[in-house]
Design a protein around this ligand. Structure first.
Ligand code: PLP
Length: 408
C-alpha cells in the first residue's frame, strides 16, 4: 500500500458554492447540482493550506495524486480508494507535431486506461465518505469503466448506461469490473435522462458529469501536476479534448488555487477546447459569443469520448476559454485519424482519437497563426490508444515455404 495513504489528513474544505450564483452549500453533506441546476464547486481555506504546505514539502512527497491531499476534498484517510494514480508523463512528439515544444500529457497510463480515473477516484471516495450505497451513470465508455473499478473496490453498487455503439472494449470492461451495464439506443444525454429519472425516484445517486461536485476536484490534479512539472510556470497553451469539459474546468480552478497559494503567478495558458466538428456545441457557442451552448443534433464522430451534445458546465468551459485568450476549435474525423496515425508512425506514441483531436487542432492552429511553433504547448491524450480500433496488419508468413528475406 502507498504510504501516503496511511498519513492522517488535515482537511481544508470550507464549503461548496454554486458555480453560477455563488450560493453557499455546507460541506460534508451529499449534494448534486445547485438549486440553480448548475455544478457545485468545492472551496478551501487556501490561507490555511498556504500556512500548512510548502512547495518543498510537496516536492518531497511521492508524485502520485494524493500528494495534493490538502487541496482535495476527502476528509478521512480510510475513505481513500486507490488503484495507483500516478503522475502522468509529458512526452514530446517532435516529428508529428513539427516542434520540440509540444508535449503530450499521456493520461492513458492511469488506472482503467483513461483520465476518467482522476475524477472518479475522488468522486467515489467522497461517495463512500458521505454514505452512498448505489450509483448510476451515463457514459461514453471510459467514465463508466473508472466508476465500476473504484466503486467495486469500496463495495458501492453501480448501474451504468451507455450508447449502444459505445466501443465494445468499454462495455466489457465496465461489466467485468463489477457494474451492471446497459446499452441504450440513444446518445449520452439520453442515457443521462434515464439516470436522472431513477435518481428522482430515489433509486440511486446520480454520477453524471458535473452533477456531483467531486469529479472536478479529481480532474483538477491535471492542472496541479502541470504546474509542478513545468517548474511552477505554466505552458503557453493547453489543448484539451472537450466533452463535458470537467478537465478544462478543473485545471482552470487549479490555477486559481495555486495562485492563491503564491505558487504560480497570474499568467495563464491559453486554453483551447477541442471538439470534433461532428459534435461541436461549445465551438458554436464560442463563435456566436454566447454563454450557453445549445444541444448539438445528430452528433457523430470517431472520438466517442467527446461526443457530448450538451454539457451542463458549458458556461464554465466558455468562461475559462475566453478568460485565457484561447478558443474553442473543431476538427474533422479525417484530421483526427491522420493525427493518431502520425503520432504512432513518426513518434511511436499511440494516441486515442480524442488525443489525436488535440494534435489535429494544434496543427490547424499553427497553420492559421493562432499558435507559434516555439510556444510551449501541452496536448492531452486522455486514454490509452490500446482501447481503440487500429488498422489491420494482414501480412502472414508460411514457415514451411521458401522465404524471400529481401521482401521482409
Ligand atoms: C471523457 C473523455 C473526454 C472528455 O473529457 P471531459 O473532461 O469530460 O470533457 C475526452 N477523451 C476521452 C478518451 C474521454 O474518455
Amino acid at each position: 500500500m502507498n504510504r501516503n495513504l496511511t498519513i492522517d489528513r488535515p482537511t481544508f474544505v470550507t464549503h461548496l458554492e454554486c458555480s453560477l450564483t455563488g450560493e453557499r452549500y455546507e460541506a460534508d453533506r451529499l449534494h448534486g447540482l445547485s438549486r440553480a441546476g448548475r455544478p457545485l464547486l468545492v472551496r478551501y481555506d487556501l490561507e490555511a493550506v498556504k500556512a500548512a504546505l510548502s512547495r518543498d514539502t510537496l516536492g518531497a512527497r511521492e508524485t502520485d495524486m494524493w500528494r495534493w491531499r490538502e487541496l482535495l476534498p476527502v476528509r478521512r484517510t480510510g475513505n481513500i480508494v486507490s488503484l495507483g494514480e500516478i503522475e502522468t508523463p509529458l512526452i514530446p512528439i517532435p516529428r508529428a507535431a513539427g516542434s520540440p515544444n509540444v508535449l503530450v500529457k499521456d493520461e492513458g497510463r492511469l488506472p482503467t486506461g483513461s483520465f476518467k480515473a482522476r475524477g472518479l477516484v475522488m468522486a467515489v471516495a467522497m461517495a463512500k465518505e458521505l454514505g452512498v450505497t448505489r450509483i448510476a451513470m451515463p457514459t461514453n465508455g471510459n467514465a463508466g469503466a473508472a466508476l465500476a473499478a473504484y466503486a467495486t473496490r469500496v463495495g458501492i453498487e453501480t448501474i451504468v448506461f451507455c450508447p449502444e455503439d459505445t466501443p465494445e472494449v468499454n462495455v466489457r470492461e465496465i461489466a467485468m469490473q463489477g457494474a451492471r451495464v446497459w446499452r441504450v439506443n440513444g446518445l449520452i444525454d439520453d442515457c443521462g435522462a434515464i439516470v436522472g429519472k431513477g435518481a428522482a425516484e430515489g433509486r440511486w445517486f446520480d454520477f453524471s458529469t458535473l452533477k456531483e461536485p467531486y469529479r472536478i476536484e479529481g480532474k483538477k490534479t491535471m492542472g496541479l501536476e502541470l504546474a509542478a512539472q513545468f517548474g511552477w510556470e505554466l505552458p503557453d497553451a493547453i489543448f484539451y479534448p472537450t466533452g463535458g469539459g470537467t478537465g478544462l474546468i478543473g485545471m482552470w480552478k487549479a490555477f486559481d488555487e495555486l495562485e492563491a497559494l503564491g505558487w504560480i503567478g497570474a499568467k495563464r495558458p491559453r486554453m483551447y477546447a477541442v471538439q470534433a466538428s461532428g459534435c461541436a456545441p461549445i465551438v458554436r457557442a464560442f463563435e456566436e459569443g454566447v454563454e450557453h451552448a445549445e444541444r448539438w443534433e445528430d452528433a457523430h464522430t470517431v472520438a466517442a469520448g467527446i461526443r457530448v451534445p450538451r454539457a451542463v458546465g458549458d458556461f464554465l468551459i466558455l468562461r475559462a476559454v475566453r478568460a485565457s485568450g484561447g478558443k474553442a476549435l473543431g476538427v474533422g474525423d479525417p484530421a483526427i485519424l491522420q493525427a493518431v496515425d502520425d503520432a504512432a508512425r513518426k513518434d511511436g506514441l499511440l494516441l486515442c482519437p480524442e488525443g489525436g483531436a488535440t494534435l489535429a487542432a494544434y496543427r490547424e492552429a499553427v497553420r492559421t497563426g493562432e499558435v507559434d511553433e516555439d510556444e510551449r504547448v501541452v496536448l492531452f491524450n486522455c486514454a490509452t490508444g490500446l482501447k481503440y480500433p487500429m488498422p489491420a496488419a494482414p501480412r502472414t508468413l508460411d514457415r514451411h515455404a521458401p522465404i524471400d528475406f529481401e521482401l521482409l
